[in-house]
Design a protein around this ligand. Structure first.
Ligand SMILES: NC(=O)c1ccc[n+]([C@@H]2O[C@H](COP(=O)([O-])OP(=O)(O)OC[C@H]3O[C@@H](n4cnc5c(N)ncnc54)[C@H](O)[C@@H]3O)[C@@H](O)[C@H]2O)c1
Length: 326
């Protein structure tokens, strides 16, 4: 049985807590919440003791896994405290964004760097909720690329609403690998989610584009990723579940998959992620999306921010990473 402590009595936290608690091999044994009303509700909901601070939690509870479901604007200090306290941690995305998930800057990477270093030195498990990896259509895209079904990969074409922003970056990196460089058009000084057009290059010559804005809404799916190989090309899109693979050059449909009506993939993906984390705890393996996945997504965003500030300069991810740890 994996004993978990849930940090957060709010919506996302209660959802994750419920998914872990309802799993046959895990249990929420304590809650931590600084808001007294939410703390009382969460204690009652799970029927467990509660604490108002991490210090108190660490002193009184030996849960081996902490579900740290706080906002990206205040994730790093509790993460640092929990790693120092010897606890494995599962958290939400993105790893750090003091101005919110649609405005991640290079400064956020610098804030996260010491926590990532501490985690790497600790031998503990740390992972992030890139739950879209557990949606059937995005996993299918990943697996078809990995299994060579598309042939040699040549191009990536993707776009997303900012609600799905860190996820689409993670999906691209998970499917194609960590890129070498980005080059970005957009103005980070625009308020809110600044519109951005990103060019991406990988070490093996694959090239890609990713664009982000909220202007297109959700009417025609909030995210899409198309990967083009020399044999076939595939597109995975949306939060319900939609995948299509066609022959390169002539568009003949080779495979089509859609979720069953009334069974969207999104809610299931959170439960599958919880299952993956619990299995990783039991088998002593890395979490399904570990701290390196969290770091690489943030690194990509930091490089995007630097490129846009430098008027579309081609920015190497390795250079940005070296500066973050300097
Ligand atoms: N994976 C997905 O598809 C998905 C979907 C929606 C939201 N999210 C992410 O989920 C996260 C949700 O965070 P939120 O906005 O609910 O978090 P939040 O910062 O509001 O914190 C949640 C609760 O934790 C408590 N808390 C925060 N820090 C604490 C501390 N150090 N000690 C004790 N209590 C503390 C707060 O009082 C609050 O009630 C966001 O990062 C968001 O991006 C992910």
């Amino acid at each position: 049985m994996v004993n978990c402590a849930l940090l957060s009595g709010r919506g996302m936290g209660m959802m994750h807590g419920g998914n872990f608690h309802n799993h046959p091999d895990a249990e929420v044994v304590a809650v931590c919440e600084m808001n007294p009303e939410l703390l009382e509700k969460a204690k009652e909901h799970f029927g467990v003791p509660g604490y108002t601070s991490i210090e108190e939690l660490l002193a009184n509870c030996d849960a081996e896994l902490v579900l740290l479901i706080v906002n990206e604007t205040r994730r790093i200090p509790p993460l640092t405290e929990l790693i120092a306290g010897g606890r494995n941690v599962f958290t939400e995305k993105p790893l750090c964004g003091l101005e919110g998930q649609a405005r991640v800057r290079e400064e956020d990477l610098k804030i996260a760097a010491p926590a990532i270093k501490n985690w790497r030195d600790s031998g503990l498990k740390f992972g992030i909720d890139f739950n879209y990896r557990f949606m059937h259509h995005f996993r299918k895209l990943h697996d078809d690329v990995a299994d060579g079904v598309l042939g040699e990969i040549k191009m990536v074409h993707a776009r997303a609403h900012f609600n799905c922003w860190s996820h689409i970056i993670d999906l691209i990196l998970w499917t194609i690998g960590r890129p070498d460089w980005v080059s970005v058009v957009g103005d980070p000084n625009e308020s809110g989610g600044w519109a951005r057009l990103i060019h991406i290059g990988w070490p093996n010559g694959v090239i890609g584009t990713l664009s982000g804005t909220n202007l297109w809404g959700y009417d025609d799916h909030p995210l899409r990723i198309k990967v083009l190989g020399d044999k076939s090309y595939s597109e995975a899109k949306g939060l319900d579940g939609n995948y299509i693979r066609r022959k390169a050059g002539n568009s003949e449909v080779e495979e089509r998959w859609e979720n069953e009506q009334g069974n969207p993939e999104m809610p299931e993906s959170f439960k599958r992620m919880a299952d993956g984390v619990i299995k990783a705890m039991q088998s002593d393996n890395a979490f399904p999306a570990d701290g390196n996945a969290a770091w690489n997504e943030l690194l990509f965003e930091a490089a995007v921010h630097r490129s846009a500030l430098q008027e579309n300069a081609r920015i190497s991810l390795n250079d940005v990473e070296a500066d973050a740890f300097a």
